[in-house]
Design a protein around this ligand. Structure first.
Ligand code: NZQ
Ligand code: ZN
Length: 387
């Protein structure tokens, strides 16, 4: 096991009706709030009205900035920074999914920074301060509600990039599984895929003697695999929605990689796809992850066989562990298909003509991945295998 520091201070408020506590929670951080949200799902579901009522009950001053798109854009972040400075906002309240939360996080670190907020994404600067951040989560997927990262797309070249900092963990996050009842099937499936990817990025490590986190990862994966088909059949099944929602947070708050070194190549490659083609991140991962697995599994067949046996209940075969390993990858692909996700670029209508550009952008800061390091040519091969 590697040395580690685990510091995840986000306060989690979980359960039915908890969004009604948002006003009293926000009031602990100041008097003036920027209410940040996406394209309108919160208005349709009635959540917007409940949040507003709760904020008004505490006599908070509210400024609004809606319109965050999936794969959130830098231009709206900059608009948010200007508003926060002008209005002297104390806290940004993100009501939505990963896109809204990442936009809010980036605004929060951008407000006290003198330079261009994009500097954080290109490793030109590190944030030192931020204003407060609160979250009401509406889709379990990104884990952004307590993660240390933010991912933004810069329209200038459609560069989608993320950066990490412990400052990016929100001050509090309200998680009510009932808020996810309105999710369309496709978004539910994309969320499940992203949660699984966050676990698998950590699971496929070269670090030895990590039994506890191996087993935690396997349990978390099994929880998503068991409950996703249930919520696709019964969107209002609270118990199953709750399992997925809590797993989504645990999957990406770094608990599961304590003492390990995760991989993250699949995420970096996927960002090139969702950045250029505006595909949902979870759908892109369903395409890239199996291709990555097929490309790298020979470097540690035993770990892939363990994944097959422990997570997918593949029959062990000590005389042919490669067959077992490959069966696990196939089970993963079958699962993605079963929940309605594409597993090839063709199925997602992604053209094949920009592999070179994607691989160059993906590796421009150096090789990607830790399970094995991948250079530009490796990335092109993985994209070829995703056709
Ligand atoms: O915009 P609205 O109208 O709200 O609709 C959203 C959006 O169209 C809709 N939606 C969300 N909650 C809903 C709902 N529709 C009905 N009922 C609800 N309860 O779902 C769509 C997708 O929302 P989005 O926020 O884009 O989804 P997600 O949470 O998957 O976030 C994806 C973004 O997060 C980034 C991804 O790259 C992507 O940009 N990630 C962020 C991470 C982080 N900060 O730690 C880690 C991840 O690996 C990921 O990269
Ligand atoms: Zn992800």
């Amino acid at each position: 096991m590697e040395n580690f520091v685990y510091h995840c201070p986000t306060k989690i408020i979980f359960g039915k009706g908890t969004e009604n506590q948002v006003g009293s929670e926000v009031s602990k951080y100041g008097k003036k709030v920027l209410l940040h949200y996406g394209g309108g799902s919160i208005k349709k579901s009635g959540l917007y009205d409940r949040v507003l009522k709760s904020l008004k009950n505490e006599a908070l001053e509210i400024i609004e900035l809606g319109g965050v798109q999936p794969n959130p854009r830098l231009s709206l972040v900059k608009e948010g920074i200007d508003i926060c400075r002008k209005e002297k906002i104390d806290i940004i309240l993100a009501v939505g999914g990963g896109s809204v939360i990442d936009s809010a996080k980036t605004i929060a670190v951008g407000v006290p920074y003198d330079g261009d907020v994009w500097d954080f994404f290109i490793e030109k600067a590190e944030p030192e301060k931020r204003i407060f951040i609160g979250v009401v989560l509406t889709i379990p997927a990104s884990g952004s509600e307590s993660s240390d990262s933010a991912v933004i797309t810069n329209e200038d070249g459609m560069y989608k990039k993320g950066f990490n900092s412990n400052l990016l963990r929100p001050d509090f996050a309200i998680l009510n599984p009932e808020l996810t009842f309105t999710l369309p099937r496709y978004q539910t499936a994309c969320g499940a895929s992203d949660i699984m990817a966050h676990i698998m990025e950590r699971y496929f490590t070269r670090v030895r003697d990590v039994e506890l986190t191996d087993r935690l990862c396997e349990a978390a994966l099994k929880t998503v695999i068991n409950n996703t088909p249930i919520v696709l059949r019964e969107p209002e099944n609270y118990a199953a929605r709750a399992e997925i929602m809590w797993t989504g947070t645990i999957a990406h708050n770094n608990l599961l990689d304590t003492g390990r070194i995760g991989d993250w190549a699949s995420h970096k490659i996927e960002m090139e796809i969702s950045g250029l083609y505006d595909l949902a991140h979870g759908a892109g991962l369903a395409i890239i992850f199996p291709a990555w697995m097929k490309y790298v599994y020979k470097n540690d067949v035993g770990r892939f066989a363990r994944f097959a046996v422990r997570v997918w209940d593949v029959e062990p075969d000590f005389y042919d562990i490669e067959k077992v390993a490959l069966e696990g990858i196939k089970k993963l692909e079958d699962f993605y298909r079963e929940i309605g996700l594409p597993i090839t670029l063709k199925e997602a209508n992604i053209p094949y003509d920009r592999f070179e550009e994607m691989a160059r952008k993906c590796t421009e800061m150096g090789p990607v991945g830790n399970f094995i390091k991948l250079n530009k040519d490796d990335v092109i091969r993985i994209l070829e295998m995703s056709k």
